[in-house]
Design a protein around this ligand. Structure first.
Ligand SMILES: *[C@@H]1O[C@H](CO)[C@@H](O)[C@H](O)[C@H]1NC(C)=O
Ligand SMILES: *[C@@H]1O[C@H](CO)[C@@H](O)[C@H](O)[C@H]1NC(C)=O
Ligand SMILES: *[C@@H]1O[C@H](CO)[C@@H](O)[C@H](O)[C@H]1NC(C)=O
Ligand SMILES: *[C@@H]1O[C@H](CO)[C@@H](O)[C@H](O)[C@H]1NC(C)=O
Ligand SMILES: *[C@@H]1O[C@H](CO)[C@@H](O)[C@H](O)[C@H]1NC(C)=O
Ligand SMILES: *[C@@H]1O[C@H](CO)[C@@H](O)[C@H](O)[C@H]1NC(C)=O
Length: 414
């Protein structure tokens, strides 16, 4: 009896499996294999495991990119998870043949994509705006229908090129001219891949802070990511902060608007950050010095060293020092002199006029003066020195926290 049941069950499973296989009426890998100009796109559909997901769906449209259009993406050396996020935006959960594309009701539509289906999208991101343009062209762009009107006004950079394969109404493969940039592309992955792993790992382990960053990728976000050297050296101090201060410090490295490098260079002045909240100012001053752009707080002057990522509405820059808000790192109190701290960071060169209080005689006292026997967490003093010995252990700890939280999350899912 037992075995009859067992075989019955087995038979059922086999039947189900067979049924599933036969619904695989199409094979995207096979379809694209006939076109060498899509070999890169096809390769990435396989490595990101999107191909089987495409094959098991009916009524689907794949927006294919030729090797030239893919080259910019391939050259970024992005992690597979980020590539998957980006490419899944190129799979529409509806059937759009060439004919339907040119006859869209009211000339514009939003199509749901596999990006949403894979659950990576936060909120309502992950739609593609398809719009019939003048002269018979059809434009495509990533869109977020929930964003306000200004943010929703997408640039339709990518256009329809040709129909590659149509099996109505199972699968349509059409070529588009440019990659649809996905503002949701995992910012921590992007940072990790470009020399900001330490900060990114830490951010990834603070889900509350990460969520603020992620939410802002839809409407506009600029991130100032401390280089690995700078952030590793800072980790021992970071670990010492309270949980709230840790979160604030992470949020302090982002501002809720998009800023290109050109915009930063021409917008000297105070800026609010993601940590700004009512009475908690958490602001800093952006100031350009010739071609350099610096971020100043009362505690530190940090310089932008490179553009890590710039795709409106998200820009990420590398900075050479951790941004320390005065709200967390109190300026050392030295009774007689009114304004000891501000200049402590600025090295001998590149002096700027400071609007701040009548600074004491000269800046030179930075070397001795207040910092000499101020508390350990005073200005920069130990940032450059405390690194080597301790950071290895700290890093591991932070990593562990990240891993543990991911594991914890998965356990919750199960
Ligand atoms: C479309 O898919 C259905 C269901 O898998 C299948 O029965 C049908 O034959 C497919 N159509 C074509 C033209 O391949
Ligand atoms: C799809 O086609 C590729 C290339 O022809 C082949 O290697 C793969 O096994 C096929 N996948 C399925 C599910 O049939
Ligand atoms: C798609 O984008 C265009 C251009 O920004 C805009 O005019 C149109 O309203 C958008 N369509 C939808 C359905 O949101
Ligand atoms: C998209 O359009 C904008 C504005 O027209 C332009 O600055 C940008 O370079 C274009 N991007 C691509 C990939 O063509
Ligand atoms: C981004 O990457 C991190 C670490 O790999 C992961 O925990 C997180 O879920 C990813 N987020 C998205 C939106 O893919
Ligand atoms: C951490 O805090 C303790 C107690 O306030 C202090 O003694 C220690 O120097 C701090 N360590 C660092 C790295 O700031």
């Amino acid at each position: 009896m037992q075995s009859t049941h067992f075989f019955g069950a087995l038979l059922l499973i086999l039947t189900l499996t067979t049924t599933t296989t036969t619904t695989n009426a199409h094979n995207i890998t096979k379809i694209l294999a006939k076109f060498p100009e899509f070999s890169s796109f096809n390769h990435y559909l396989t490595t990101t495991h999107l191909a089987p997901e495409i094959n098991t769906r009916e009524t689907i449209t794949v927006l294919a990119l030729d090797n030239a259009a893919m080259s910019s993406l391939a050259s970024k050396h992005l992690p597979v998870s980020t590539l998957k996020n980006i490419l899944s935006l190129h799979v529409l959960l509806d059937y759009f043949g060439a004919k339907k594309l040119h006859q869209i009701t009211d000339g514009t539509a939003l199509a749901a994509t596999m990006f949403q289906a894979t659950g990576s999208a936060s909120g309502t991101a992950g739609f593609v705006n398809i719009t019939d343009l003048k002269g018979g062209k059809v434009g495509f762009a990533a869109a977020n229908p929930a964003a306000d009107d200004s943010a929703a006004a997408v640039t339709l950079n990518s256009t329809f090129v040709k129909s590659v394969k149509e099996i109505p109404y199972n699968i349509s493969v059409i070529q588009i001219s440019h990659i649809l940039s996905n503002p949701e592309a995992n910012i921590t992955d992007i940072m990790s891949a470009h020399g900001c792993k330490s900060f990114a790992d830490t951010l990834a382990s603070f889900s509350g802070a990460l969520e603020v960053f992620t939410t802002n990728t839809e409407g506009g976000l600029t991130v100032f990511c401390p280089s690995d050297d700078a952030f590793k050296a800072f980790l021992p101090k970071f670990k010492n902060l309270t949980k709230d201060d840790k979160t604030s410090l992470l949020l302090f490295h982002g501002i809720p608007i998009y800023n290109s490098m050109a915009m930063l260079k021409s917008s000297n002045g105070m800026m609010n950050t993601l940590a700004t909240d009512g009475k908690k100012k958490f602001d800093f001053t952006v100031q350009n010095q010739g071609q350099k752009v610096t971020i100043k707080t009362k505690i530190v002057t940090s310089t932008i060293t490179s553009t890590l990522f710039d795709e409106q509405p998200v820009a990420i820059y590398t900075v050479d020092k951790v941004l320390k808000p005065e709200e967390i790192f109190k300026t050392p109190e030295v009774s007689p002199s009114p304004a000891p701290a501000p200049e402590a960071e600025a090295p001998a060169k590149g002096k700027r006029h400071h609007k701040s209080p009548p600074a004491p005689p000269s800046d030179e006292d930075e070397s001795e003066g207040p910092s000499a026997d101020s508390p350990a967490d005073g200005p920069e003093a130990d940032d450059s020195t405390a690194d080597d010995s301790s950071d290895g252990g700290e890093r591991v700890t932070m990593k562990m926290v990240g891993v543990l939280s991911v594991v914890g999350f998965m356990v919750m899912l199960i």
